[in-house]
Ligand binder design. Structure first.
Ligand code: FES
Ligand SMILES: [Fe+2]
Length: 414
């Protein structure tokens, strides 16, 4: 259980809050690049409690600025893209991607008024089909070049879902390996058998209890960029990759997960205190010796949260996770929760968040800040039972030398 004050410190992300200040030290994926096209050159976005307008000028450059024109406050998502900025729909003032007003067409010839007009703007960068924004102080850290964002020979796709709940509910799920056994192997078949019928391999029978195998223990290791999560299931040994290699939780809110040829990220982007964008990014490695087809743009699909009956979608695994987060309410009350042995990872993660908020308050760089370009060419991440591109280890990947060991935090469950 947390105090009300602790719960607020960990969840509130608006400007000036301790968590908001920590979050502002990271690059956030706020949109798919595909969303900013010739047909849709502007987009209203909200990030860390701030409303903003994202735009692509006709030269291809992306900008992120405050939404209202400085003149008479017209919303710039209705602006017209130009080669060097966005022109307000109302009286034609033109702003570049730094927010500087560079034209005021109806002001007197030679007027220097525009030099004094500047909108708030944040730096953006595109990588792997995503637009990332940085809202923190200078010096601006490097945008981390995670492997699946930069690998060349892969097929990528992006899916996003808007969730009416706080980001921490989403992220704590990744420190909670045991939910897999219940949410995905018991509730999942239960709901699938009701919605899709028992004939499609979705049979649910309470008497056979087709839940997943029990977790014997769960383990969590600190790394330079976050936490590695490990699980040991009944019937497995510590040589199994679920335990020996595991997969990462990238600080502060990204899960790396996948299997076989699929490498994916799940970004839980805090929109504000009660809304999160769940952005699922997938890169699929082709069969050995094959080349992935060329992609001009990485496709983006927005997945609806609710079904035709107004109930939460729950027939695929990520939607079951989203259901579990949303049904905790918009902002979960952690002052009355009751944590068990299975929740060791979650407790570790909350301590880490507290510690990193303090690092920022003391003027330091928090965990997973990148400043060395030589170390940021391609950051390859562990993912159990996965095939990597051939230049990164191929069929079994580059992490096979990992040996079983006692993690930093262990929960022994059986
Ligand atoms: S309101 Fe934007 S130019 Fe007048
Ligand atoms: Fe899950």
């Amino acid at each position: 259980m947390l105090t009300q004050e602790q719960n607020e410190r960990l969840t509130r992300v608006g400007p000036g809050t301790p968590m908001g200040e920590l979050m502002r030290r990271y690059w956030h994926p706020i949109s798919a690049s595909a969303d900013l096209s010739e047909e849709t050159p502007t987009k209203e976005v909200r990030l860390l409690g701030e409303d903003l307008v994202l735009f692509r000028n006709t030269s291809g450059k992306v900008g992120l600025i405050e939404p209202s024109c400085a003149h008479r406050k017209a919303n710039l998502s209705y602006g017209i893209p130009e080669p060097n900025g966005i022109r307000c729909a109302y009286h034609g003032w033109l702003y570049d991607e730094t927010g500087q007003c560079i034209e005021q067409p109806s002001e007197p010839e030679g007027s220097r008024f525009k030099e004094k007009v500047k909108l708030k703007a944040y730096p953006v960068q595109e990588l792997g089909g995503l637009v990332f924004a940085y809202m923190g102080p200078e010096p601006i850290p490097l945008l981390p070049r995670w492997d699946a964002l930069v690998w060349e020979n892969v097929t990528r796709s992006i899916t996003s879902v808007q969730l009416p709940c706080n980001w921490l509910q989403c992220q704590e799920n990744s420190l909670d390996p045991v939910h897999f056994q219940w949410l995905h192997h018991y509730y999942g078949p239960y709901t699938m058998s009701r919605k899709k019928g028992k004939d499609e391999g979705n049979a649910f029978d309470r008497s056979t209890v087709n839940r997943g195998r029990a977790h014997v223990k769960v383990g969590f290791d600190m790394t330079s960029y976050g936490i590695i999560k490990r699980r040991l299931l009944e019937g497995e040994t510590e040589e199994d990759e679920w335990w020996r290699i595991g997969h990462p939780i990238i600080f502060p809110y990204t899960l790396r997960v996948g299997w076989g040829s699929t490498h994916s990220f799940q970004f839980r982007v805090p929109i504000d205190d009660t809304h999160t964008m769940h952005l699922l990014y997938q890169a699929v490695v082709p069969e050995p010796g094959e080349t992935a087809p060329h992609q001009d743009v990485v496709p983006h699909e927005e997945r609806p949260l609710y079904d035709e009956n107004g109930r939460l979608n729950d027939t695929i695994i990520p939607a079951q996770d989203e259901l579990a987060w949303v049904i905790q309410g918009p902002l979960m009350d952690r002052t009355t929760e009751r944590l068990g042995v299975t929740d060791q990872g979650l407790i570790m993660y909350r301590r880490l968040l507290e510690e990193q908020m303090q690092v920022v308050a003391d003027g330091g760089d928090p965990l997973n800040t990148h400043r060395d370009p030589a170390q940021n060419q391609c950051i390859v991440l562990p993912q159990e039972y996965s095939r990597y591109p051939e230049e990164y280890g191929g069929e079994k990947g580059p992490f096979q030398s990992e040996r079983p060991h006692e993690p930093d935090v262990v929960g022994v469950l059986v």
